[in-house]
Design a binder for this molecule. Sequence first.
Ligand code: GLV
Length: 325
Amino acid sequence: MKARILVSRAVFPEVIARLAQHFDVSSNQADEAWTPLQLIQKLQGKQGIFTTGGERIDAALLAACPELKICANMAVGYNNFDLDAMTAAGVLATNAPDVLTETTADFGFALLMATARRMAEAEHFLRAGQWTRWRYDLFAGADIHGSTLGILGMGRIGQGIARRGAHGFGMKVIYHNRSRLDAATELGCKASYVSKEELLKTADHLVLVLPYSASSHHAIGAAELAQMKPTATLVNIARGGIVDDAALAAALRNKTIAAAGLDVFEGEPKVHPDLLTVPNVVLTPHIASATLPTRLAMANLAADNLIGFLLNNKPLTPLNAKVLI
Ligand code: GLV
């Protein structure tokens, strides 16, 4: 008998078709928003779930879904999973790393450039019919080339951004991370390890690429923003909650820093109302990995994890492999 799985959000029809070759699939191609209780109801009798990063998998859900064996996230971040609770319940968690690294690093760089060169503000000005003549300082921003790029969180995506900055734009790259990279990786990225304090004080542009956890909650708040240069830009493509959005809006309004580019928000898809009223911030709706080829590769990797595990006990990218033994 085929295992039963739930795909909790709309995804590529070809991925649903692949899954249907192996499983009895319940899907949500209408992309309805389910409450946690509805998710539990839909999961009854299912052995697997394909999640997209927003669905909370915690002890309460696991207790109510005793047949569940695997949750496969179509995202590299997995802060929607209570990994300890999943491990305790013997439920496998998988994520979708690597396939999105370069696409996400491209976007981080694009958001950095749009922020430093004030592209969103300038476009709004033009669309509003306010462009009447040239001015020497019209939307004058900050240079990217030759400046100092700071990266907080130096995993695969952080390294991709470092390579783009160092090799493409002649930037000096500094980083801070839980652990220092080995010498060969640092050399490949032309990146130097510094303390968090040094990073905040020295970076002309600071990009956040660290995973969200209790210890990274509000890693950038009022105190950290106050240590940055008044000309600095801040880019967050990591997770909402890493930045204190209210403190950031105040810092942008007071010109504590020059500008910010944000792809992720505390409590998204809601955005802190103060961020919507400051001009010097570029806002995008969590799209850093959003190219069609990359999103398809992420969906296929989540599907491969379900197929590999439920058919052969061999997931590709397990997060808690100890449940396999
Ligand atoms: C996107 O935010 C991801 O974690 O893949």
